[in-house]
Design a protein around this ligand. Sequence first.
Ligand code: ADP
Ligand code: AMP
Length: 218
Amino acid sequence: MRIVLIGPPGAGKGTQARLLAERLSIPAISTGDLFRTHVAQGTLLGREARKYMDAGALVPDEVTTTMTAERLAESDTDSGFLLDGFPRTVRQAELLRETLATQGADLDRVLAFDVPDDDVVRRLTARRVCGECGLVQHTDHVGSGKPSSCGGCGGTLQRRDDDREETVRKRLTVHTEQTVPLLDWYTTQGLLTRVNATGQVEQVTQRALAAVMRGSAD
Ligand code: ADP
Ligand code: AMP
């Protein structure tokens, strides 16, 4: 099963990618995580990508697609994958289709997560990521000054640099201008299913799984 998750920042793509990947036994691949690993390791790609990430902009298509194609060439993707945050432009989608076509493959389903902008801003200002295990969660202690600890491993929770409100607003504009056109592109190909991504995490997972199962029966 080859699945793509599209949605505004904070739609819950990463949260759902982890849960769906477990249930479908396929790897979840987040281009945001791949870039953050490069940034943390101080690679040339990381130094270049960071300029765009800090500004809330998209990293150029060719750089992003090359990095993703290299990840998709790894053998754990042979039985499928779940892409979280890629593609984000029509150009990236075209390049992905070309990459898959060289293996005689195509996507099975594209899920577009719908969440109102206000919810997204609220979710992202409360998002915290564990510095040790990487688990994404949210905190009820925003602004209290108290460090909160990871619900999974007890590690220290950190705020992403690009989750400040002004950068979040910029990322939402970028999503509307550069990623929303992709929805029509995938609709034309009969691959897109919209998923209501509000409500409890488990409810969203059930809706997403139902969409994947319906899609694969088409
Ligand atoms: P994305 O990968 O789309 O940017 P995340 O999965 O990181 O989004 O989720 C953004 C924030 O919203 C995180 O703090 C996460 O814990 C929280 N979150 C995810 N799903 C839900 C949900 N259904 N309801 C409320 N908060 C959620
Ligand atoms: P994310 O973790 O998905 O919110 O992505 C964080 C940041 O990484 C984005 O704001 C972009 O700067 C960059 N990024 C992630 N995925 C892509 C992509 N497909 N195309 C371009 N930039 C990306």
